[in-house]
Design a protein around this ligand. Sequence first.
Ligand code: SF4
Length: 383
Amino acid sequence: MAIPVSQAWTVATYVIKQKLAGRKRYPLVLMLEPLFRCNLACAGCGKIQYPAHILKAELTPEECFKAVEECGVPMVSIPGGEPLLHPRMPEIVQGLIDRKKYVYMCTNALLLKEKLHLFKPSKYLSFSVHVDGEKEHHDFGVCREGGHDIAMEGVRAAVAAGFRVTTNTTLFDGADPNSVRRHFDQLMEAGVDSMMISPGYTYDKAPDQKHFLGRARSRKLFRALLSNRKKRWQFNANPIFLEFLMGKRELTCTPWGMPTFSIFGWQKPCYLLQDGYADTFQELLDEVDWANYGTESGNPRCANCMVHSGYEASGVNYTFGSLKGLIATAKAMFGGLYEDPDAQKLLNDWKPTNHGQLVQIGSGILSAESERVNHSESLVAGD
Ligand code: SF4
């Protein structure tokens, strides 16, 4: 099952309550970034470009709980950095579970196998493992040879230990939909509960600025990828959001739907842009001029964005916004294989492109200072 029934019920009742209360802007998932340290240096990310004193800093469990309580979300996603490098991560996760929050702990899984014993399986906890595609593609994306094998080993170990496991795949220009479809098969065979996909975004700290997808290319890729689906594929995503990626419907960005909290505070306006920080969630809602964001705003930084942190909450909002939304979602969930002969032709004719040379971790994308921090953290973590 893509998500537990109890989670679907919790989210549905939460959203309906927000609607009945007349809240125009409400959060759905907190993106909780307790640290920026990482044991990878992916070309499409770049958070480890922060100076050493920032990379050393981390949120305490109490700060994490306060942020969650302040915004009142039913779900928490913990990206980073690599959360498993945080020495108090098991305490943070348990505290969130105790508060009945559905937690997605995002990880590159390099340390997952050895740290599994620090966590307990629960319907509230999913390990969301970052796997960007088949072996060659993933290793290229994370700039580390062998990264795919380690991640899949972590996936299998977590599944065998009884944890819920989802995956998180980010696609950049040059992604081959035929390869990604084989990747979906491999993930389902490995026993994952469901998969999440999103186009990459021009994160301005990312060392590689050349391979982000424009909107038209994203739609073409996702139409080829997600049409003519296999029944066994389970997606951990709102089906309306997936239809948006396929170019089947329009959504407007709701950046407040997935607010980001980190050592800097509440990030304005969204997970991707950094136009300052607010001290409280309410300040974030009140201070940001939301009309300046989203593709329809004309803001050039939003022009090509289709990422899940901006648009998935929009899909959920559409689902619960009207009877039409509910019917469209039910139709997508219970019969949506999206047969499309033209998309099949697109898939058949797709010409894979070469990645170029693999950039290895520590090969010059890291500043000397941040590399030292990552290296010492990796040693501490036994990597
Ligand atoms: S469109 Fe993308 S970059 Fe712009 S506010 Fe929304 S999520 Fe952020």
